[in-house]
Design a protein around this ligand. Structure first.
Ligand code: S3P
Length: 210
């Protein structure tokens, strides 16, 4: 069936990483791969709305939306804020990598929102289709402040406590998010439903069935 055959630059890139000898074998496998099993990974800065967009994208599709921070908190049995304070950021990054390894081995066909630094895991391209949600930092902070639960939303994010440092982090990460993602979706000033619809359109063009 025509639907079973599917190529994209994403799969060709993954196969190039396999080396010359395995390239053709890999391309053959990818061509038969069922694109309904792809995970969709939403990356982007803290507070940009990855969780909201993931839930909106999942709604009505039969797919589940999960969040890497939620997975990590249930695995650690503690809040990320507490873990950061007790063990520091490098230890947190190690747990993120553990979560990424688990996703790679165990999770298919799922919409995954991720913590703002999750994109740095070393197996990101193998986890699914990577979508970067973009807003300016000003836009992100304004949206967070308008939230009825703004205090908690800001407090729970250790790397958002110092505004000057957050500004620096945003500037450092912006080109890295763009490099890591296959597509960039602008979310600033837009409704979650519009954002989800744009992601869905891109996935449809890529042959991913939601
Ligand atoms: C982090 C973002 C947070 C959380 C942790 C570290 C980061 O997730 O994973 O505090 O490094 O940007 P959100 O993006 O959901 O805030």
């Amino acid at each position: 069936m025509a639907n079973d055959f599917f190529f994209s630059a994403h799969y060709i890139e993954l196969c190039l990483a396999e080396g010359v000898t395995r390239f053709f074998l890999c391309i053959g496998i990818q061509a038969k791969r069922k694109n309904v099993t792809d995970n969709i990974i939403l990356i982007g800065f803290m507070g940009v709305g990855k969780g909201r967009a993931a839930r909106a994208l999942a709604a009505g599709t039969g797919r589940f939306a999960i969040d890497t921070d939620d997975l990590i908190e249930s695995f650690l049995k503690t809040k990320i804020r507490t873990f950061f304070a007790e063990h520091g950021e490098p230890a947190f990054r190690q747990v993120e990598q553990q979560a990424a390894n688990w996703v790679e081995q165990q999770v298919q066909g799922t919409i995954i929102s991720s913590g703002g630094g999750f994109f740095m895991v070393d197996n990101l391209p193998r986890l699914g289709r990577i979508v970067y949600l973009h807003s300016s930092l000003k836009g992100i902070l304004a949206t967070l402040k308008q939230h009825p639960d703004a205090d908690r939303k800001i407090k729970k994010r250790p790397l958002l406590q110092d505004k000057a440092k957050a500004k620096e982090l945003f500037a450092t990460r912006l080109p890295l998010y763009r490099q890591a993602a296959e597509v960039e979706i602008n979310v600033e000033g837009r409704k979650t439903s519009e954002v989800a619809a744009e992601i869905k359109d891109w996935l449809t063009k890529e042959g991913v069935v939601l």
